[in-house]
Design a binder for this molecule. Structure first.
Ligand SMILES: O=C(O)c1ccccc1N[C@@H]1O[C@H](COP(=O)(O)O)[C@@H](O)[C@H]1O
Length: 219
């Protein structure tokens, strides 16, 4: 199984094209208004058409209601929903049933105690993303460039595909994969020149660095 690389927070045609041409498996679009990467539905429609059939289109939402998810499903036509809020297990099940789309539930990690909720989510989600827990008072639950202690995942026994994110960059992605044995990696801040501004060379560099680790065992 090859490593999945996701570039998240894309918001322009130009940088989306760079990610697609550099071989991103997943491209992420943020629908959360406090984020510097938040997309309008109009832009989502345009970028969704551009990415169709070229990579997995991921819609990132934070505790979104049904009406918001309906608008995103209609305009972006995502292949995967990334639930990055405090969605309960029941809400994840409800979203899967209502929208008929696979779901990647995010687990915010700081210590091993944060993995207590994992079995419940793993029983309903299609994949898990482990991201760094945002500090108290943060304006958003992710996309802050913060790293968590990857050793928390070292002894993980999860029968579900999982990815890792949080402060990844071309410089540390190999070590994150080595420690966690994750089957995928996800980056946003680490391929930007300023919050919300994707840098083409950093996108290419990240994907090259992640791909260079593919001889390591992944799951
Ligand atoms: O990118 C955002 O602004 C964002 C907003 C709300 C929730 C999650 C967000 N980003 C996601 O967080 C992880 C880690 O990002 P980073 O690489 O540390 O910047 C990733 O999945 C982002 O897409």
């Amino acid at each position: 199984m090859s490593l999945l690389v996701k570039i998240c927070g894309l918001s322009t045609r130009e940088t989306l094209e760079v990610a697609l041409e550099a071989g991103a498996d997943m491209v992420g679009f943020v629908f959360f208004s406090p984020s510097p990467r938040h997309l309008s539905l109009e832009t989502a429609r345009e970028l969704g058409r551009q990415a169709k059939g070229r990579a997995t289109k991921v819609a990132l939402t934070v505790d979104a209601d049904d009406a918001t998810l309906e608008n995103i499903a209609e305009t972006l036509q995502p292949d995967l929903l990334q639930l990055h809020g405090k969605e309960s297990i029941a809400r994840v099940r409800d979203i899967k049933q209502k929208f008929g789309l696979p779901v990647m539930k995010v687990i915010a990690v700081e210590t091993s105690a944060d993995l207590a909720a994992l079995p419940g989510y793993a029983s309903i989600a299609d994949r898990i993303l482990f991201d760094a827990r945002a500090p108290k008072g943060a304006t958003r639950p992710g996309g802050l460039g913060n790293v968590f202690d990857w050793h928390v995942l070292e002894k993980l026994d999860l029968q579900l595909p999982f990815m890792v994110s949080g402060g990844l960059s071309a410089d540390n992605v190999a070590e994150a994969i080595r420690v966690t044995c994750a089957g995928g990696v996800d980056v946003s801040s680490g391929v930007e020149s300023a919050p919300g501004v994707k840098a083409p060379e950093l996108i290419r560099h990240f994907i090259r660095a992640a791909r260079a680790t593919e001889e390591l065992m992944v799951r």
